[in-house]
Design a protein around this ligand. Structure first.
Ligand SMILES: [Zn+2]
Length: 231
């Protein structure tokens, strides 16, 4: 069976040399380049959220943060995370996740990461969708970084409605305490991975659950996502 091969961004037919994205769209990928700077808008936002979220955050090691692409509702590039999340475009998702892994390797901090943990989905949602998009991204990132993936380290205990339409405050309270850490292999620098970074509330709730399992201040928790919403 031959499936039509089209560009995920513009929809035009791909040539034999192209994979998932046409050359023109690939040339204009809206890279955040956050991996080039330890202090960037995503890291600032995330560390701020962590200090609000974890009361004794004085002890918290600085969380490094990077995303591959900017996400905007008016940009056709939003198709990249959407196709993975809603349309089972798994091999395409792996392709862009590998690109994220390659960009992370250019950062000053990713080489110290020794464990990759995806943000979990509730088992009911996983059953319905058949996969966890964050886990697909995390597994490619772990492969690129050459470190283990721990998809069972965190568990989502609460089933919440799809968060796309709820307000940021509501979203934060939805995810607060929705995660627990289960299996915990030894690690010094954990990379939490999700598909999209919006307010950082989901990642922060996971961060908190991981911190319960790794109370040592020397253990750093950083974050990486496929896309970043915001300027
Ligand atoms: Zn294209």
């Amino acid at each position: 069976m031959v499936l039509p091969r089209t560009c995920v961004v513009c929809g035009r037919d791909l040539t034999l040399e192209e994979r998932h994205i046409c050359l023109e769209c690939a040339c204009d990928l809206p890279f955040t380049r956050f991996w080039e700077r330890e202090h960037n808008p995503m890291a600032d936002k995330y560390n701020e959220r962590i200090s609000a979220h974890i009361p004794d955050a004085v002890e918290e090691a600085y969380a490094f943060a990077a995303a591959l692409l900017y996400y905007s509702e008016d940009s056709p590039y939003k198709r990249i995370p959407q196709a993975l999340k809603y349309e089972r475009k798994i091999s395409q998702g792996r392709y862009f996740a590998a690109l994220l892994g390659e960009k992370l390797l250019l950062s000053s901090w990713a080489p110290t990461v020794d464990l990759v943990v995806p943000v979990p989905v509730h088992w009911k949602r996983r059953l319905k969708r058949g996969y966890n998009q964050a886990e697909i991204i995390a597994s490619e990132v772990a492969r690129k970084l050459g470190v283990p993936l721990c998809a069972e380290c965190l568990r989502r205990t609460r089933f919440s409605v799809s968060q796309t339409s709820v307000s940021l405050e509501k979203k934060a309270s939805n995810v607060e305490g929705a995660f627990v850490s289960v299996k915990i292999p030894p690690a010094r620098h954990i990379l939490l991975v999700d598909d999209t970074f919006t307010s950082g509330s989901t990642l922060a709730a996971c961060h908190k659950a991981l911190r319960d399992a790794y109370p040592t201040p020397g253990v750093r928790i950083s974050v990486a996502t496929m896309s970043y919403v915001g300027p």
